[in-house]
Design a protein around this ligand. Structure first.
Ligand SMILES: C[S@@+](CC[C@H](N)C(=O)[O-])C[C@H]1O[C@@H](n2cnc3c(N)ncnc32)[C@H](O)[C@@H]1O
Length: 278
């Protein structure tokens, strides 16, 4: 695991309160990578990532799903409308909670979705209350990842599944690759990035059985080629500087993350784990 001790939780919250509009305008309604099979548009690729994770996790009608770090609620809405599940989304950002709730209402999905503004590291739910605990690209922001998996395992019903997509640190990194990962953590407000082995260990130690541990790096990398082109084309630096100059750092690290994927300093991982029945 590579850590970046300077990251603070209030800065993460601020980043999503301020940055959500930018993500929506310049990327789409999901704040996650696209998953490319061929030359699909970014919007289709983003949906494909959600759908692929949902297929692996077996999300279906009547699934009670907890979406940890739900962003603007796009995955929750998609799963609620296409798979008829009930999604409870949690985000640390008040702006995102309001956004997610409003869009769900406009799309007629209020009864199948609930959005909460809370810290996933402190929120509590009754034991065994969800069939699926789902998180796309949020665990990177958590300070105590092993503890989160322990708690998530408790929220799952026996037989339920954990479904995670996460940015990972690569294995056996030399000094310059470690620096690449550190720069990504600093630029994108991640207190740490775990390796694939770290995630597998944390998940297993929480009592869950890992069913899939997949490397999606090659499928998702072009996200950052597209984002890099877009920030230059739309002069995003100038726009973001008008709102909050301290938020500019992540715009400067788009090439850093792309280079980190290319050098093997980072990977993109998908994990599915099941809670044993007994
Ligand atoms: C990269 S975005 C991913 C959003 C969403 N999962 C998606 O795929 O569109 C990270 C999300 O994690 C949320 N987040 C970060 N730290 C959190 C915490 N401690 N508790 C709850 N949500 C958190 C952010 O508010 C944001 O919604």
């Amino acid at each position: 695991m590579i850590t970046c001790p300077s990251v603070r939780k209030d800065v993460i919250r601020d980043h999503y309160d301020v940055g959500t509009l930018f993500y929506r305008l310049f990327w789409g309604s999901h704040i996650h990578h696209g998953y490319w099979e061929a030359d699909e548009s970014p919007a289709v690729a983003q949906d494909q990532l959600t759908d692929r994770l949902a297929d692996l996790a077996g999300v279906e009608s009547k699934t009670a799903l907890l979406d940890v770090g739900c962003g603007m609620g796009a995955s929750s809405r998609r799963l609620a409308s296409l798979r008829r599940c009930h999604a409870t989304g949690v985000t640390i950002s008040r702006v995102q909670r309001r956004w997610a709730t409003t869009v769900a209402r406009l799309r007629g999905l209020s009864r199948q979705t609930t959005f909460l503004c809370a810290d996933a590291e402190t929120i509590s739910f009754p034991a065994a209350s969800f069939d699926t605990v789902w998180s796309i690209e949020c665990t990177e922001h958590l300070f105590n990842k092993p503890r989160f998996f322990q708690r998530a395992a408790g929220w799952l019903k026996p037989g339920g599944r954990l479904a995670i997509c996460a940015w990972l640190a690569g294995d056996n990194l030399d000094e310059s690759r470690r620096q690449q990962v550190y720069d990504v953590c600093e630029g994108f407000f991640c207190p740490s990035l775990g390796t694939r082995a770290d995630y597998e260990q944390w998940i297993s130690e929480s009592g869950l059985v890992v069913e899939h541990s997949e490397d999606w790096t090659a499928r998702v990398m072009q996200t950052w080629e597209i984002c890099s082109r877009r920030i230059h084309r739309y002069s995003l630096h100038r726009l973001a500087g008008l709102v909050r100059p301290s938020q500019l750092i992540f715009l400067d690290r788009f090439d850093t993350i792309l280079n980190a994927y290319r050098s093997g300093a980072m990977q993109y991982g998908c994990f599915i784990a099941r809670k044993p029945l007994a």
